[in-house]
Design a protein around this ligand. Structure first.
Ligand code: SF4
Length: 294
């Protein structure tokens, strides 16, 4: 398939266009995030054949064939290990991973912990809609306590996992928060995340009008504000801004530390090596090895 490019040879929004129609519900925040991701890649001049987009299972994951680019749609909660593995094999490739709040803070929470502490050089976009939308409105660990959901008709009995406090407890090197109704800001956040040296955690608060009747689009719209004049190196202030969401919700880049090397940079055998593992594998004839598995 020929990918359309601009007259100067760069990518355009049309370059990322897929003929597959989106199946998300009307008003779903996935539309905004999907648009912002494409726009960020276009504005950075990254064409679809130069990026890997990795999707977890979830409503957002059903967008994996609604966009051009190298894409991988994996098992529930496991998006981070395969995104990190792909990146370590080819450090020249920008890698973005997408996961929902259910998968990321339950089934895949161990992977999130170790991705942050390892500082893998990838972007992780949390589609945070406060429930498992794909499985018709089950409560996730980020659903507000007491909310009536399809699996908890009397109200979710457990307390809500304090996700941002948890993330900060792991000493991240990049934390940002966006809102699915604010595409320009999401684009700015994603461009910064793509240029970050290590693991970029991006919490995208998104509307799920079908099942989330508490943190609705209007609720988020009324409370989200752009954080300004904030020192993104101030860990304590950033954590405070991230956690304090009762009245207002700070959005933007909350914290960034570029002084910590990424996981790859810490690997002694890879230091001063200019080729990628993908380049190096190409130098070997693996035909004989492959025959053993046929
Ligand atoms: Fe979006 Fe919610 Fe519908 Fe899933 S169920 S497509 S998250 S609105």
């Amino acid at each position: 398939m020929k990918i359309p490019l601009s007259s100067s040879g760069g990518p355009t929004m049309a370059s990322y266009h897929s003929e597959n129609r989106c199946t998300w519900c009307d008003g779903c925040g996935d539309y905004g995030i999907w648009t912002a991701v494409k726009r960020a890649l276009v504005e950075m001049g990254i064409p679809p054949h130069s990026v890997l987009l990795c999707y977890d299972v979830g409503c957002h994951g059903n967008g994996s064939d609604k966009v051009q680019g190298y894409r991988f749609h994996g098992l529930h909660g496991r998006v981070l290990p395969f995104a990190a593995g792909a990146k370590l094999a080819n450090m020249k490739l920008p890698v973005m991973a997408f996961g929902g709040d259910g998968a990321s803070f339950s089934e895949g929470i161990g992977h999130l912990v170790h991705s942050i502490r390892s500082n893998y050089p990838i972007v992780f976009v949390l589609h945070n809609n406060g429930n498992y939308g794909l499985t018709t409105g089950q409560a996730s660990s980020l659903t507000w306590q007491g909310q009536k959901m399809n699996t908890s008709p009397n109200g979710m009995p457990e307390h809500t996992l304090p996700s941002m406090d948890f993330v900060f407890s792991l000493e991240p090197t990049f934390v940002a928060r966006g809102f699915s109704g604010d595409i320009p800001q999401m684009v700015d956040i994603l461009k910064a995340a793509l240029q970050h040296r290590g693991f970029a955690f991006v919490d995208m608060l998104q509307a799920c009008p079908t099942y989330n009747h508490f943190a609705t689009h209007n609720y988020l719209l009324e409370r989200c504000y752009h954080v300004e004049n904030h020192d993104t190196k101030d860990f304590v202030k950033a954590r405070q801004l991230a956690v304090d969401t009762k009245e207002k919700i700070a959005t933007g880049i909350l914290y960034q530390n570029e002084d910590i090397p990424s996981f790859y940079e810490q690997l002694v055998p890879r230091q001063k090596i200019k080729t990628t593992l993908v380049d190096e594998v190409k130098m070997h004839d693996v035909g004989g090895l492959m025959k053993e598995f046929v």
